[in-house]
Write a protein that binds this ligand. Structure first.
Ligand SMILES: [Zn+2]
Length: 281
């Protein structure tokens, strides 16, 4: 089992420590990098993320490299005004930039997108409806009425490569509305372990019962707030019974059949799970 897998969006080296150091932060914004987003989209000029020279807006501190790296959200503007204010020429989905970014840039932009998404959706307290205000450089929001603390929310999801009992085929499915085949995945529900979630999802969506469930790797997936936890599972039988609410099709594929499908999501842990399995046969 791999222990040091570095998947896309993982391995960010920014030092998050200074988020609680008010003195350090006070001076860091002047010579820091300020990434700008609009509605989960990164503002870019010539295909490169823009850095604002300064801003009076609320910022989230992402971490320190040589200088501080911050992000700010221009979502209160319309798209055209946001692009203009940032000196950008477009607002783009960072997954579309993936091939042009180095590992650290991709991880930084994904993290920025996730933090800003959370802040924008946590402006009000879920307990009393009061306004929240940022603390710890945007890593915490406190309700101004009832003082409840709100921390960035992460939603864990399991994703699994399921092998047939003879280990010669793997299970892929076509989700409703999708054009390509993919591994099965689903959110972990309250009261479940990760392994429970793997077993439930496979049983509910594909009627597949598994014997062994083993952890493979995890991946930061802040689109908007995910953590993907990858597993390998071994089916107890060849039986597949598709739940047509979620899937249009699910069946076993040989390695040759999987190779013929190509790699549709190169930045995803799915690609790692599939490629690892292909490499074993
Ligand atoms: Zn409150």
């Amino acid at each position: 089992m791999p222990s040091d897998v570095t998947l896309p969006y993982n391995g960010l080296t920014l030092d998050r420590g200074p988020r609680t150091d008010a003195d350090w932060l006070a001076g860091a914004l002047d010579d820091g990098q300020i990434l700008a987003f609009w509605q989960d989209r990164c503002l870019v000029a010539g295909g490169r993320p823009v850095s604002l020279p300064h801003t009076d807006r609320e910022v989230v501190f992402l971490g320190a490299a040589q200088a501080g790296v911050f992000a700010t959200d221009l979502s209160d503007l319309d798209a055209e005004a946001a692009v203009r204010e940032a000196g950008a020429d477009a607002a783009v989905d960072i997954r579309g930039l993936f091939g042009d970014l180095d590992r650290q840039e991709a991880a930084t932009l994904a993290y920025a997108r996730g933090m800003l998404h959370w802040a924008r959706n946590q402006r009000f307290c879920g307990a009393c409806g009061g306004r929240t205000a940022a603390e710890q450089a945007g890593h915490l929001r406190r309700c101004q009425d009832c003082a409840k603390l709100h921390f960035p929310r992460i939603e864990p999801a399991v994703i699994m490569l399921v092998e047939s009992p003879d280990r010669r085929r793997c299970l892929l499915a076509k989700h409703r509305g999708a054009t390509s085949y993919s591994t099965l995945a689903g959110f972990v529900e309250i009261g479940e372990s990760l392994e429970d979630a793997v077993r439930r999802e496979l049983n509910e969506e594909a009627g597949v019962r598994v014997r062994d469930v083993g952890y493979q790797a995890s991946q930061a997936w802040p689109f908007p707030s995910g953590l993907m936890i990858g597993f390998r599972a071994l089916a107890a039988t060849d039986d597949v019974t598709v739940d047509h609410d979620e899937l249009t099709e699910a069946r076993w594929f040989t390695r040759d059949e999987v190779r013929a499908l190509g790699d549709g999501r190169p930045d995803s842990i799915e690609s790692y799970l599939v490629e690892t399995w292909l490499g074993e046969g």
